[in-house]
Write a protein that binds this ligand. Structure first.
Ligand SMILES: CC(C)(COP(=O)(O)OP(=O)(O)OC[C@H]1O[C@@H](n2cnc3c(N)ncnc32)[C@H](O)[C@@H]1OP(=O)(O)O)[C@@H](O)C(=O)NCCC(=O)NCCS
Length: 153
C-alpha cells in the first residue's frame, strides 16, 4: 500500500529514477532550524500539501535564524525568491535548513532550503523548496533598528 499522500499507481522504481516527484539527495550535514510533518488538514483533496503551508513554515524557519542574529524581534519585509521544486505529501518529514546570506544596517537576508524524507526506512530524501527572505530587526515601536554587532572572538 502507498504511504499517505503518495500518488496512486506510481511505482517506487519510477520514483527512484529521478522523475518529477523524486530526485534523491542527502540531507545537509548541519542541523535543521525546524522539522515538521504535514497532516491531512495541510493538504488538498489529492494529498498534496498546500504551497501556503510550506511558505508559512519557511517564514517561521527563516525568522528563527533572523531573530537570533537580530537578538530580538524581526519582521519579514520581503520574499525575494521562492521555488517549489517538488511536491510535498502528507506524512513527509520536512526539514528546514536556514543560513544568513547577508546583513545590512537593519536587514538580514536568509536562505531557507526544505528537504522531505518520504520513505523513512529507505531514506528517500528530496529537496522540495528553496527560498530567500529578507527580515528587518525591529524595536518595540515596530520600526527598524540597527543590528547588534557580532561579538568578536
Ligand atoms: C519591516 C518594516 C518595519 C520596515 O520598515 P521600512 O520603513 O520599510 O524600512 P526601511 O525602508 O528603512 O528598510 C529597512 C531595511 O529593509 C530593507 N528592505 C526594505 N524593503 C525591502 C525589499 N523590498 N527587499 C529587500 N530589502 C528591503 C532595506 O534595504 C533596509 O535594509 P538595511 O537597513 O539593511 O539597509 C515595515 O516595512 C513593516 O512593518 N512591514 C510589515 C512587516 C510585516 O508585518 N511582515 C509580516 C508579513 S504581513
Amino acid at each position: 500500500m502507498s504511504p499517505p499522500g503518495r500518488p496512486k499507481g506510481e511505482s517506487q522504481s519510477a520514483q527512484r529514477e529521478g522523475n518529477s516527484v523524486n530526485e534523491r539527495v542527502s540531507l545537509p550535514a548541519r542541523d535543521p532550524v525546524l522539522r515538521v510533518m504535514p497532516v491531512p488538514a495541510d493538504a488538498n483533496i489529492h494529498g498534496d500539501v498546500f504551497g501556503g503551508w510550506i511558505m508559512s513554515q519557511v517564514d517561521i524557519a527563516g525568522g528563527v535564524l533572523a531573530s537570533r542574529r537580530a537578538n530580538g524581534r524581526v519582521a519579514t519585509v520581503a520574499v525575494t525568491s521562492f521555488l517549489f521544486k517538488h511536491p510535498v505529501f502528507v506524512g513527509d518529514l520536512c526539514s528546514f535548513y536556514a543560513r544568513v546570506l547577508k546583513t545590512g544596517t537593519t536587514s538580514i537576508t536568509v536562505e531557507v532550503e526544505v528537504y522531505a524524507e518520504r520513505n523513512r526506512l529507505e531514506a528517500d530524501v528530496v529537496k522540495v523548496t528553496e527560498a530567500t527572505l529578507v527580515y528587518v530587526a525591529t524595536g518595540d515601536d515596530r520600526r527598524p533598528r540597527p543590528l547588534p554587532k557580532l561579538p568578536s572572538n
